[in-house]
Write a protein that binds this ligand. Structure first.
Ligand SMILES: [Fe+2]
Ligand SMILES: [Fe+2]
Length: 270
């Protein structure tokens, strides 16, 4: 199977890049299944129902969220109606929606998508993501119930993401980090056959501070004084993420490539 995962879509610029480029990438690269992290697609904070629909129409098969899952209040109800959205498994006990879902790809092949939030350096405490992922991966075994499995591990710390990669190694097709909005250069296939990338980066304008217009974050760092609101940067976005080919029999990765298309970053394609 040919899988594409795109990192956090950041504001209008990120949405525009996805809607403009993803349909072409789907056909050019023969993609079977596309996962897009949408947690910052609406003004950099959360994902509205309208913007979720636009990303799905552009060719995402599944949208994942993150710590900003419910910043847009209409997501509370929309996630119960739209089965193609996955929020973190360990967001909160009473959170609406689901943290893992099984999708059907072309040919009837089953794809598990799960998301978990890390615990290190996050603004509020979340439950143990490792036991949450363990239960999901045991319930939907790779090469058994599902032909592919994608785990979006959403957190700040590279160490925690690497540990999550090894924890899921051999049990997922791909473990990819999100949340920092900066792509890392360590795409690899782990020893057990799981494709891994510490962070997918964002689909956003990289002439920014993690996707936000530079002025206000710069002011806060330099002077220590907030003045205005954070606004997403409006320049052309780079689509950033990871491409994986898997063996349908085992579900394990046979090829992994970092992806960067458009905007300011050096291009990288499958
Ligand atoms: Fe996040
Ligand atoms: Fe994010």
């Amino acid at each position: 199977m040919k899988l594409l995962f795109l990192g956090d879509v950041m504001g209008r610029a990120g949405r525009a890049a996805v809607t403009r480029r993803l349909p072409g990438l789907r056909s050019d690269w023969g993609l079977d299944f596309v996962v897009v992290n949408g947690e910052n697609a609406t003004s950099g904070a959360g994902l509205s129902a309208a913007h979720a629909k636009a990303l799905l129409e552009a060719g995402a098969d599944c949208l994942t969220l993150g710590d900003h899952a419910f910043d847009q209040k209409d997501m509370m109800a929309f996630i119960e109606q739209e089965p193609r959205i996955v929020r973190p498994l360990n967001y909160a006990k009473g959170a609406p929606g689901k943290g893992a879902r099984v999708f059907t790809a072309p040919g009837g092949r089953k794809v598990l998508v799960a998301q978990a939030l890390g615990q290190v350096f996050m603004k509020r405490p979340f439950d143990d993501p490792f036991s949450a992922l363990d239960a999901v991966l045991k319930a939907q075994p790779l090469g058994g119930a599902v032909q592919a499995a994608v785990v979006d591990f959403h957190c700040e710390a590279t160490s925690e993401k690497m540990a999550a990669g090894h924890w899921c190694d051999g049990r997922a097709s791909l473990v990819v980090g999100t949340h920092t909005h900066v792509p890392t250069g360590d795409a690899q296939i782990l020893r057990g056959g799981t494709a891994y990338l510490t962070d997918a980066g964002m689909c956003g304008d990289y002439d920014s501070v993690i996707g936000m217009d530079k002025a206000e974050p710069m002011r806060r760092f330099v002077t220590g004084m907030p003045k205005g609101r954070f606004e997403p940067a409006a320049g052309e976005a780079t689509l950033s993420g990871v491409y994986v080919e898997t063996d349908d029999r085992t579900g394990l990765a046979t090829r992994v490539r970092m992806i960067r298309v458009g905007g300011r970053l050096e291009e990288a394609t499958p």
